[in-house]
Design a protein around this ligand. Structure first.
Ligand code: GLV
Ligand code: MG
Length: 324
């Protein structure tokens, strides 16, 4: 292990993060009663320019008046390149009350973007005597943000999570997409011809690099990695497939852009009972091995070692957080 140990951010259950437009207050109560672990009330791309001011008011009111239970509450502010952002931050942090946990910062490009927002949040918190320190969720969704992801992740103690904003990322990188977060049937490989001349086409995951890179930057800085939107809310199988591959790479949650996607995300990011039972058996077997002075043992015909303990512990801890 390196002498540098990443400091974990505040631990929160973040399996499903539901996007709710701030300009649609009729959706707030239903969202509050949903099973999403986290909600972000949007001031950015789901809100038309003429509705921004009213959306801010709706959000501030709802943060006080709606019973959000124990959900993680976040507000997505506008980008630093717009003139809406400073007003979003000032109004929401000054008037939003203590129920707000996080602000979500879209299209982060450099560590200085985070520095600027940290400065604003710190001034407002001090001036207003806020008790709860606001955390930051950062959307990585531009080529610049992906290039600078490591510095961005380390830019503030307020940082809690990185989110992959696949729609804007595709636009920024000029990737060819057919749907938000989905695959492109042209992205794949053709196998060599078989004896009869036939060939198979295997679809590839065009977002693999981006998600894997985001997970590395997040984990190296003690942050959560969260997969972003899957636009086709009438395709639960597609959502599950994409959520699973993000979970397997290390993401611990995914956005829902429609209530139908909430149970799917919860299911994907809740470790299965068999997996947890196996993790507990690994911990028991390793405890015994360590007591016997061994570094590795066989369980069910497979090698397990000290690294297996860490994986198993992480799984058991996650299962316990979900159960409580
Ligand atoms: C989310 O903001 C996205 O652009 O996918
Ligand atoms: Mg976006």
């Amino acid at each position: 292990m390196s002498f540098t140990v990443p400091e974990p951010c505040t631990s929160r259950l973040n399996r499903c993060e539901l996007a709710v437009p701030g300009s649609s207050p009729h959706m707030f109560e239903k969202a509050a009663k949903s099973d999403a672990d986290a909600i972000f009330l949007d001031l950015e791309d789901a809100v038309a320019p003429n509705d921004k001011a009213q959306a801010r008011k709706n959000i501030i009111e709802a943060l006080h008046d709606v019973d959000w239970g124990d959900k993680i509450m976040s507000v997505r502010i506008n980008g630093l390149d717009t003139h809406y952002m400073y007003r979003d931050v000032v109004d929401v942090l000054e008037q939003g009350g203590e129920r707000l946990d996080l602000i979500m910062i879209p299209k982060v490009g450099t560590a200085s973007d985070i520095y600027a927002l940290d400065m604003m949040a710190t001034q407002i918190e001090t001036a207003m005597g806020r008790k709860k320190k606001i955390g930051f969720e950062l959307i990585i969704e531009t080529a610049l943000g992906m290039q600078n992801i490591h510095e961005i992740s380390a830019a503030s103690k307020r940082n809690e999570s990185l989110h992959f904003g696949v729609a804007d990322y595709a636009a920024s990188t000029k990737a060819r997409t057919t749907s938000i977060g989905g695959p492109n049937p042209l992205y794949g490989v053709l196998t060599d011809p078989a004896e009869d001349g036939s060939r198979d086409f295997h679809w590839g995951d065009m977002w693999h690099y981006a998600i894997a890179r985001m997970v590395v930057a997040a984990r190296a800085n003690g942050l959560r990695a969260i997969d972003g939107p899957f636009g086709d809310f009438s395709d639960p199988d597609g959502y599950v497939a994409h959520g699973n591959r993000a979970a397997i790479l290390g993401c611990e949650g995914k956005w829902a852009i429609h209530p139908k996607q909430i149970p799917l995300a919860n299911d994907i990011f809740t470790p299965a009972e068999e997996e947890v039972a196996k993790a507990r058996r690994i911990l028991e077997a390793m405890e015994k091995a360590v007591a016997d002075g061994a570094g590795a043992v066989a369980l069910d015909g497979r090698l397990i070692d000290i690294a297996s303990i860490k994986q198993a512990e992480a799984l058991v801890v996650q299962a316990e957080i979900i159960a409580n």
